[in-house]
Design a binder for this molecule. Structure first.
Ligand code: PLP
Length: 483
């Protein structure tokens, strides 16, 4: 009975901890033995997990054994160097260790008082990160879980900036409110639409501006739409420029968009969830042109800065407006320091906050800014190499420019119609992903089925890209023989 009401004893915690660290280091070391994309069918994992919870406790060893026996087959291994789908999200050693420490400290950083080191480390990391990507000092940063959340907060601040008293009176049942309109390119991530939906803007309050042949927003199209909306009596309030779009990694012309945003008094939000980290590479600084005119910017270290899920960085130069949109106190949350500190609960929807800045502290210090920049730079270099191999191959075609580390291409043997090519590339992608060697994803560009290959894992080496390319070519030639 003695120990039944306490936590795991210290010696047991220690031995299980060593066991888990051994498991993790073996897993990461041998990760290439697994297929990157899980090959299970729906329900296969579910049926192996007992339908009722155990009434008495079990040993960690047994639980770990079930990770191997039950879960592993249903894991898509994002840390696998064959994972080249979507935008990679990989966990580096220091990031994993910081996660462990986060759980051990178990801190909830809702108020400064609930852990002064939480708020002050987050402030410091935002200051470091701001310098790393070259933003001026007037930008203030905060960590949210994902870019979707960050962008939703940007749109909320943009709405608050209108001074329409929405905070007090809401949006429904009012006939004094103009229709609010948000603008983004047709290639913006759908998290922008979700954010707008959440905030009552409605899908028909979103204007998707056309792109040019490089998939970049056309500024004249933006201005025309704004003028048209104003002529209907609508209220344009926010524009989102994407630096590194999801399908092709294209870059919207931020300077031109900023000029329009300033002319019509729109909040300018930059979504650079994937590509923003490249701003720490001197040769890539050009991507930040016009960023100092943005009202807010989101960058995700959990995409391309080797940070375990999840960690999204949000900067704004209008901290007070963000606070006005979200701060709401209650007696039980009041502290004596309220007038002198940041209580991070005031800057967003959530009260409780995970100690995410620890991950940045560990990762930035362990690798150093140069170490991080060199790794990211190498990925850009590898993507350029792959692009050139694809360009040299007659039966393949590059489908979009490659400014970062995502290559868009398709198999294009001669004499096929667009419809046949779409089917062929869909089949090729299926074969690639069934190979158990690599995992790629796709998009459609002007109706053309396009395969995407992203390089951005901390485990990506040149050999992985070479092997992937050999595999793609070999599977494509099998398809060709068949047809
Ligand atoms: N913005 C862009 C440009 C993205 O590519 C993505 C996801 O890939 C997101 C936003 C959403 O990211 P998150 O999963 O952090 O919400």
């Amino acid at each position: 009975m003695k120990n039944n009401l306490t936590d795991m004893p210290q010696d047991e915690f220690q031995s299980n901890g060593y066991l888990l660290i051994d498991w993790i280091s073996k897993y990461l070391n041998e990760i290439e033995k697994y297929p990157p994309l899980s090959q299970v069918n729906p329900g296969e994992i579910l049926k192996q997990i007992p339908q009722t919870p155990p009434s008495s406790g079990e040993q960690i060893e047994k639980i770990l054994a079930d990770v191997d026996k039950i879960l592993i087959a249903g894991i898509t291994h994002w840390n696998h160097p064959g994972f080249m789908a979507y935008f990679n999200s990989t966990s580096s050693g220091p990031g994993i260790l910081a996660e462990l420490l986060t759980a051990a400290l178990g801190v909830n950083g809702m108020l400064w008082k609930t852990s002064p080191a939480f708020t002050e480390l987050e402030n410091s990391m935002m200051n470091w990160f701001r310098q790393m990507v070259g933003l001026p000092e007037n930008y203030w940063g905060i960590i949210y879980d994902t870019a979707s959340t960050s962008s939703m907060h940007a749109i909320a601040a943009a709405r608050e900036q209108l001074d329409l008293n929405i905070r007090e009176r809401g949006m429904t049942g009012r006939n004094d409110l103009p229709k609010l309109i948000l603008y983004c390119s047709e290639h913006a991530h759908n998290s922008i639409e979700k954010g707008a939906l959440t905030l009552g803007i409605g899908l028909d309050g979103i204007r998707k501006i056309s792109v040019n042949d490089k998939f970049e927003m056309i500024p004249a199209g933006l201005e025309n739409k704004i003028k048209e909306d104003i002529s209907y009596g609508y209220k344009p309030f926010c524009v989102v420029a994407t630096v590194g779009t999801t399908s092709t990694t294209s870059i919207d012309p931020v300077e031109d968009i900023a000029t329009i945003a300033e002319k019509y008094n729109l909040w300018l939000h930059i979504d650079s969830a994937y590509a923003g980290v490249t701003a720490m590479i001197p040769e890539m600084k050009w991507i930040t042109k016009g960023w100092n005119r943005a009202d807010s910017i989101v960058i995700n270290p959990h995409k391309w800065m080797f940070t375990p899920m999840d960690l999204s960085v949000f900067f704004t130069r209008k901290k007070d407006i963000l606070k006005r949109a979200f701060s709401l106190s209650a007696e039980y949350l009041k502290t004596n320091q309220d007038s002198e500190v940041d209580n991070l609960m005031d800057y967003g929807i959530q009260l409780g906050r995970r100690f995410r800045s620890l991950k940045l502290w560990f990762i930035i210090r362990y690798f150093g800014v140069d170490g991080l920049a060199n790794r990211i730079k190498n990925h850009i270099y590898l993507a350029k190499e792959l692009s050139s191999w694809i360009e040299d191959e007659n039966e393949f075609e590059i489908m979009a420019p490659t400014p970062f580390s995502t290559v868009c291409f398709r198999f294009n043997p001669k004499g096929k119609s667009e419809q046949e090519l779409n089917k062929l590339n869909e089949e090729l992608l299926e074969k690639i992903n069934q190979s158990g060697k690599i995992f790629l994803s796709h998009t459609k560009l002007n109706g053309k089925f396009t395969i995407r290959l992203t390089i951005g894992s901390i485990r990506h080496e040149k050999r992985h890209i070479e092997e992937a390319w050999i595999l793609i070519k070999s599977l494509s030639s099998q398809l060709e023989t068949k047809s």
